[in-house]
Design a protein around this ligand. Sequence first.
Ligand code: SAH
Length: 261
Amino acid sequence: MKEKGIIKVLLPEMASLWQETLSWQPNATQQQLFQKLYELILSGNLQMNLTRITAPVEFWEKHLWDSLRGIAPFLKEVSSLQVKEERINRNALCLRVIDIGTGAGFPGLPVAIALPNCTVTLLDSTRKKIAFLNSLVMQLQLENALALTGRAEEMGRHPLHRENYDLAMLRAVAPASVCAEYALPFLKEGGLAIIYRGQWTDKETKALSPAVEKLGGAIASIERFTTPISNSVRHCLYLRKVGKTPAAFPRPTGVPTQRPL
Ligand code: SAH
């Protein structure tokens, strides 16, 4: 169905599946935003290559659910705050979040919708994708999201961005040690990097550990899970920034991928 250039296909709500898997579910405003996001991505896909995941249930699972599974601990906190809100009347979860290599806005956009008190910077080196995301953020009237064009290697050295975030997320951007080199410079001490992976092995954890330590981080936990509809295996790596990242990192543009730590 097409109407004024907007493609109308209904996303499933999946309220009980959200609740069972993440102990959270979107409120009516958030559900409307997910729907609008879906429509705008489908429309954008006609102009440029944004995503191959376009069927409603697949979009729900692989883009919305998968993006939010990574921040499950924060969603639990928000849910419990919402329950208490009548008494304390405030939602205290205000984090600075950066999504590095956001592409069509994942995981950053679902996170900005789910955590309205957090500010989310969407970073990508492709100008065209960022122009699309800026128009999408405006159309969704998302006041807590901002899209920026730039390379992680350069932005991670910029005084406005280095050590300025509580949470850095990366999905499908680069090998894990490269993701660590991109992410850790952005984090304040105590901040958390979340690296979204498909398969992952203990051998890879062992190999990643020294690289993370060089960057002032430590592997805090690794979670294995399956997606709730197609039962695909996923992992999230959680890296805690425990010290300063040495000034040598991130190395100049291209070096992290050419010579991974
Ligand atoms: N995170 C999205 C997109 C993954 S595709 C998702 O999971 O759907 C990887 C994206 O990372 C591309 O859009 C690419 O332009 C961007 N990217 C790769 N290396 C980068 C770097 N060093 N700095 C900024 N963006 C980068």
